[in-house]
Design a protein around this ligand. Structure first.
Ligand code: URA
Length: 437
């Protein structure tokens, strides 16, 4: 018979009764202690807390929201659940900076800002996430680049940043492992849009990066989690409070998400648009203004520029000289992608079988775009088997803009689908989502 005396148990065997007690306390609206959060994040990371227990705790935390203090304690415990960056040994000649978005549609800013800031002398160790609900995931988009490995070892991650100025990667079993698991299970349990959980998820990754400066892009509008600034303000307050409790030098900016930022939705089409922007083939106004505003704020935070005009000049010069595009290319190659990706994106990105426009059924101008339904439609169409991986070829490109005028029969967008059925479905969603009056 097995020996079940306490001394025969492994030291890190989880105390099941304590896990249940922590779930019960949160369910009943009690504040958990720092020790409880350490217990939780340790056993989320070592996977001794089961998916069922984690789902139950998340729903309890959704219905009985964490206080700002608890969110800060959770943030620190999540960051400490894995390996943390330490730049002291690298003797970097510039500040360590990053930006994180609360989630939006057609949001390719990370692919523009990271190389632009690196080209100006900053170092950007960007830990990002997969798609959450209707919003796109930076990591899913990067996986459309053949060979790109968004999950390097922590040592390799730091080395790529030190050598090339930037690396965009995802959470792993070694880096912010508690967020990696919480993030996935929040998506499966309808617990994404909880402000303290969003703050802890975002800021645990940023604490892990050991930053000199952080900008948070708080998106509001039909394609974001928060519909307007009034709804976004409590999230801004929560992020602000938790960031200062975690001693992050952080600025938070509202940006508009009433329409997809890059006029496209989907992994490959968004990466393709990012390359167009970096190489100067196309820089649409809203996208350019947002990329410049967020990047300039980082240059100011990092002391690379001393006023907004000079920050913008440096960033524009980094784009015009091709240095920003070169930084993106170097990062792609350093993380396993093609050495000529920026020169030949169409050669490397897989194309959908059906690429066809959707036409306006009547004349008028675009009054509103329901970004959430476009995001959900692309997400569901692209989902493969278990809904946790995506066919990167699926998407919507060349999407019209608010106030744009149309004659009947003109294209509103171009659908990228794997077959005719998917095309018809996405075309129908686009016609519903775009209100022409
Ligand atoms: N980005 C994150 O990293 N986490 C969230 O919860 C939302 C956006």
């Amino acid at each position: 018979m097995a020996d079940l005396t306490p001394t025969s148990m492994s030291m890190n065997t989880m105390d099941d009764a304590r896990a249940v007690q922590i779930i019960r306390s949160k369910r009943d609206g009690l504040e958990l202690s720092a020790d409880d959060y350490r217990f939780l994040t340790t056993h989320i990371a070592d996977r001794q807390l089961t998916d069922a227990q984690l789902g139950a705790w998340l729903m309890a935390a959704y219905c009985q929201p964490l206080s700002m203090h608890e969110s800060a304690v959770l943030t620190r415990a999540m960051a400490a659940s894995g390996w943390q960056c330490d730049w002291r040994g690298f003797d970097l000649p510039g500040p360590v900076l990053d930006k994180h978005s609360t989630g939006g549609l057609g949001d390719i800013i990370s692919f523009l800002l990271a190389p632009m800031v690196a080209a100006c002398g900053g170092f950007v160790p960007m830990i990002s996430g997969r798609s959450l609900e209707h919003t796109g995931g930076t990591i899913d988009k990067l996986e459309s680049i053949p060979g790109y490995n968004p999950f390097p070892s922590p040592e390799r991650f730091q080395q790529v940043v030190a050598d090339h100025g930037l690396a965009i990667v995802g959470q792993t079993a070694q880096m912010v492992p508690a967020d990696q698991r919480l993030y996935a299970i929040r998506g499966q349990t309808a617990t994404v849009d909880s402000l303290p959980l969003i703050a802890a998820s975002i800021l645990s990754k940023k604490v892990t990066e050991d930053l000199d400066g952080l900008v948070i892009d708080l998106k509001v509008g039909s394609g974001a989690f928060m519909q307007n600034q009034a709804e976004g303000q409590p999230l801004m307050d929560m992020l602000d409070g938790v960031a200062s409790a975690c001693e992050l030098n952080c600025r938070i900016m509202f940006t508009d998400m009433h329409q997809p930022l890059a006029n496209c939705v989907g992994d490959s089409v968004e990466v393709r648009e990012a390359v167009r922007y970096l190489t100067g083939e196309r820089r649409t106004g809203r996208l350019h203004q947002t990329a410049l505003a967020l990047s300039a704020e980082l240059l100011l935070l990092g002391g690379i520029a001393d006023n907004a005009d000079s920050a913008r000049e440096k960033l524009q010069a980094a784009l015009d000289s091709g240095k920003a595009a070169e930084c993106f290319q170097t990062m792609v190659a350093a993380l396993g992608g093609p050495a000529d990706f920026v020169d030949m994106p169409d050669h490397h990105l897989q194309q959908a079988a059906v690429i066809r426009p959707v036409e306006a059924s009547h004349s008028g101008s675009v009054n509103s775009i329901d970004g959430r339904s476009l995001g959900h439609a692309v997400h569901h169409t692209a989902a493969v088997q278990d809904s946790r991986s995506f066919d990167h070829r699926v998407g919507i490109a060349e999407l019209c803009e608010l106030q744009q005028r149309f004659d009947s029969g003109q294209p509103l967008a171009v659908v990228h689908a794997r077959n005719e059925i998917e095309y018809q479905y996405l075309a129908g969603v686009i016609k519903q989502a775009i209100k022409i009056t």
